[in-house]
Design a protein around this ligand. Structure first.
Ligand SMILES: Nc1ncnc2c1ncn2[C@@H]1O[C@H](COP(=O)(O)OP(=O)(O)OP(=O)(O)O)[C@@H](O)[C@H]1O
Length: 213
């Protein structure tokens, strides 16, 4: 039997009186990859923020299974997210930034972070400050940040943006490794072929509804 990771129960989200989602209900199952689809501005990023509980619904509930919550915590403890991009310290290096973030939970070693950076084509020994990073380099750093602690659930908003073809293939391989490790993944992409290639199911934003297919 598959286990539920998180459940939306009659979730309504409005911004200043405008309804974005109304009475949305669905569940995500462990080990599955979900393509979140919908036109620009339909609410995909907001839905992802609701999943992580960064954004709260106006009505209804987002229920995260107990095993993903730290003791007495509201926020999921084992979710890796790449939604708005973390707020990097612009004057220090990529490795420096990842080490700072890793200190919060102390779950990943410097060696593991260095290896992941190398896999993605980032030089961990580069002293270049993040403010001088190109868009693609920042994107790779965000992917490192989301993956580095081997989270049980990955929420990836446009992980392939700004990446060259080779880097797209590397990120796809990393996602496939996560699938083999039975991780649960939600991802968006403006490239439908990428979503079709990777996802088991779709979450489609249709007006104020979200349909699981
Ligand atoms: N904090 C906020 N306050 C007011 N409106 C917001 C806020 N966050 C998002 N919105 C609105 O919610 C709608 C959905 O935005 P969202 O970024 O989730 O769309 P999206 O589907 O991710 O779009 P895209 O494909 O362009 O990335 C937009 O109209 C946006 O302006």
């Amino acid at each position: 039997m598959t286990a539920t990771v998180l459940e939306f129960r009659d979730v309504t989200k409005t911004f200043r009186g405008t309804v974005l989602f109304e009475n949305v209900s669905f569940s995500l199952e462990e080990g599955k990859t979900y393509a979140l689809r919908g036109p620009n501005g339909s609410g995909k990023s907001v839905l992802m923020r609701l999943m992580t509980r960064i954004t709260r619904p106006n009505a209804g509930e987002v229920i995260v299974a107990d095993r993903y919550l730290g003791k007495g915590r509201v926020f999921p403890d084992s979710f890796g997210t790449m939604i708005d991009g973390p707020a990097y310290l612009p004057s220090i290096s990529g490795l420096g930034n990842l080490l700072e973030l890793a200190r919060i939970r102390n779950r990943v070693s410097e060696e593991e972070i260095r290896a992941l950076m190398l896999t993605l084509g980032l030089d961990p020994d580069s002293r270049k400050p993040v403010r001088r990073y190109s868009m693609g380099m920042k994107q790779k750093l965000s992917i490192c940040q989301a993956l580095m602690e081997s989270p049980d659930v990955l929420i990836l908003d446009e992980p392939f943006n700004a990446l060259d073809d080779r880097s797209v293939e590397i990120v796809k391989d990393l996602i496939r490794q996560q699938q083999l490790a039975h991780r649960t993944i939600v991802l968006t992409s403006h490239n439908v072929a990428d979503l079709d290639e990777l996802a088991h199911h779709s979450l489609v934003v249709r007006g104020e509804a979200v349909v699981l297919e």
